[in-house]
Design a binder for this molecule. Structure first.
Ligand SMILES: [Zn+2]
Length: 201
């Protein structure tokens, strides 16, 4: 877990790792600005389509698009294992999904995924549909990138600490692998935003 990445953790946008590894990047849905976009009255709260292991206050349904089922299931399971008062479920209904995976398309070199999300609060609690776009780039851990982008869609910003976190802007921080356990930085961020699951413990 040698992760000499602290110098670039504060970078919010695309950067290249010295090794040439692709890094994760995020771009806002709207033209960049110093603050979050203007709130709107639109909300997309939904009820869980299937019984969840834990009753939580917020459920994000995600439409997987062409993403393989096993990969999406693994990504969802990662976040649902945090113990936060929020869950992700997979839906086949694109129209009502809270998060939508768009077809892959070319993104700027070094960018493997981006998520458009809008917030009206701090910490960010998205109130509108999140949109994820991935770019097929050989040799990159897409599973990790997918988890990262879903984290954005649930409102998480880039992790700015040291060590492994899937929300670090550079996948090197977890040695380019999905960690076996949810890193503390990711868990803390999700719980800070949404609180602990009601029956956690
Ligand atoms: Zn990112």
């Amino acid at each position: 877990m040698n992760s000499p990445t602290s110098q670039i953790l504060s970078a919010a946008l695309t950067v290249f790792a010295a090794s040439g590894a692709l890094v994760l990047a995020r771009e806002p849905a709207k033209p960049p600005s110093a603050s979050h976009p203007t709130p709107t009255s639109s909300t997309s709260l939904s009820t869980p389509p299937t019984p969840a292991a834990a009753k939580v206050d917020r459920v994000f349904s995600i439409y997987p698009g062409a993403e393989p089922q096993d990969r999406m299931a693994k990504a969802v399971a990662f976040w649902n294992g945090v113990g936060a008062n929020v869950e992700v479920t997979i839906t086949a209904d694109k129209d009502t999904a809270d998060i939508v995976m768009l077809p892959d398309r070319a993104l700027p070199e070094g960018t493997v995924g981006r998520t458009g999300v809008r917030c009206t609060s701090t910490p960010c609690r998205p109130t509108e549909r999140g949109v994820i776009t991935m770019s097929a780039q050989a040799g990159y851990p897409r599973q990790l990138a997918l988890i990262h982008e879903i984290g954005h869609a649930m409102g998480l910003a880039h992790y700015r600490g040291s060590g492994c976190a899937v929300m670090a802007p550079d996948a090197r921080s977890c040695d380019r692998k999905v960690p076996d356990r949810v890193p503390a930085g990711d868990r803390d961020a999700l719980i800070q935003a949404w609180g602990n699951a009601p029956n956690a413990g």
